[in-house]
Design a protein around this ligand. Structure first.
Ligand code: NAP
Length: 303
């Protein structure tokens, strides 16, 4: 299937373009971006112009930041094309509901992706936890924003989500693997005095699960979760790619390269089956953290 990529920036070039190039299902047929380009691929700077000029492209994948995404997404669906969305699927919950309803009315596929759910050990962790009782858990998601989001000021603007941009990846795994639904009990959010989104967050959930998200981690980066259960201790490390049970490595590796190929394979499958997938559970928890969270002001942040 021919596909167009919109928003040719860091994640499009790091992950989407290589995943499409390696897949037998897809042909990258056009890009839409004001500055970004992919060598040898027809480039547009306006989504409406691309949709009009290329009726032969039935699928569009949006890699824009969340705030400017809705209008492009709506244009894609109104043009009767299938739509794939980077995480988080929108700036607000309501806009994703609107898109989901529009996709249904148009009879096309919408796929709100959560790439971390495709990490190598997530399905095995879900299967191991099924039927066990969670006695407590700790999520540690600490990374260096300067390394992973160099100069991306949008991430600290209203709607950019700040540290929840990576933190929502942890929540996407958590909401996938836990046998019981999760509820936020309290949150502490650290906002730099010169920014509109938090740089760190500490969250307390039901089931005695606590999370520590921080964007100021230099040196080794940590994307880990550990759960105590009535049947032993499960740890997922490297963003869900490595599984340990009672301290023993049982599955996966320190490698994240399989996530995007798996997302595009799933998109191909959803289209073939005429299905839609927009699970908002991770984003609901983020919205709840902003609703319930206590706000602390911390030092200015500059890239
Ligand atoms: P990015 O490089 O800053 O943005 C992608 C592209 O979107 C930009 O190159 C820009 O292209 C366009 N864009 C940026 N701001 C815009 C605006 N206000 N209006 C219109 N277009 C705008 O961001 P990214 O890191 O690729 O992240 C994009 C999405 O992918 C986010 O939702 C993020 O959560 C997700 N993601 C990122 C990573 C990562 O490691 N960075 C990992 C997984 C998922 P033009 O200027 O050429 O139009």
């Amino acid at each position: 299937m021919k596909i167009a990529l919109v928003g040719i920036g860091k994640i499009a070039l790091d992950q989407h373009v290589p995943a499409l190039a390696a897949s037998p299902d897809w042909e990258l047929a056009a890009t839409v971006s004001r500055h970004g380009r992919v060598n040898g691929i027809e480039a547009f700077t306006d989504i409406h112009a691309m949709l009009e000029a290329r009726p032969d492209i039935p699928v569009v994948s949006l890699c824009l930041p969340p705030v400017p995404r809705f209008e492009a997404a709506q244009a894609v669906l109104r043009a009767g094309r299938h739509l794939m969305l980077e995480k988080p699927p929108g700036a607000t919950l309501a806009e994703v509901h609107i898109l989901s309803d529009l996709a249904q009315a148009q009879g096309v596929t919408i796929f709100a992706t959560w790439h971390s759910r495709m990490a190598m050990a997530v399905a095995a962790a879900r299967d191991w936890l099924a039927g066990r009782t969670i006695q407590g858990g700790r999520i540690t998601w600490r990374e260096d924003v300067r390394k992973w989001h160099p100069g991306q000021d949008w991430i600290f603007e209203a709607g950019g989500m700040g540290v929840f941009d990576p933190g929502i990846n942890a929540l996407s795994i958590l909401t996938e693997i836990l046998p019981e639904p999760l509820r936020l009990l309290s949150a502490d959010l650290d906002f730099p005095a010169n920014r509109q989104a938090p740089i760190a967050a500490r969250l307390q959930f039901s089931q005695q699960i606590a999370a520590d998200f921080d964007f100021r981690q230099e040196g080794p980066q940590t994307w880990d979760m550990e759960f105590q259960t009535d049947g032993g201790v499960l740890a997922l490390r490297m963003g869900g790619n490595r599984l340990e049970i009672d301290g023993r490595h049982v599955q996966g590796a320190d490698d994240i390269m399989g996530e995007y190929p798996a997302l595009y394979a799933r998109m191909a499958g959803l289209i073939a089956a005429g299905k839609r997938e927009t699970d908002l559970a991770p984003m609901v928890l983020v919205a709840d953290a902003f609703t319930l969270g206590r706000r602390n002001t911390v030092a200015d942040f500059h890239f």
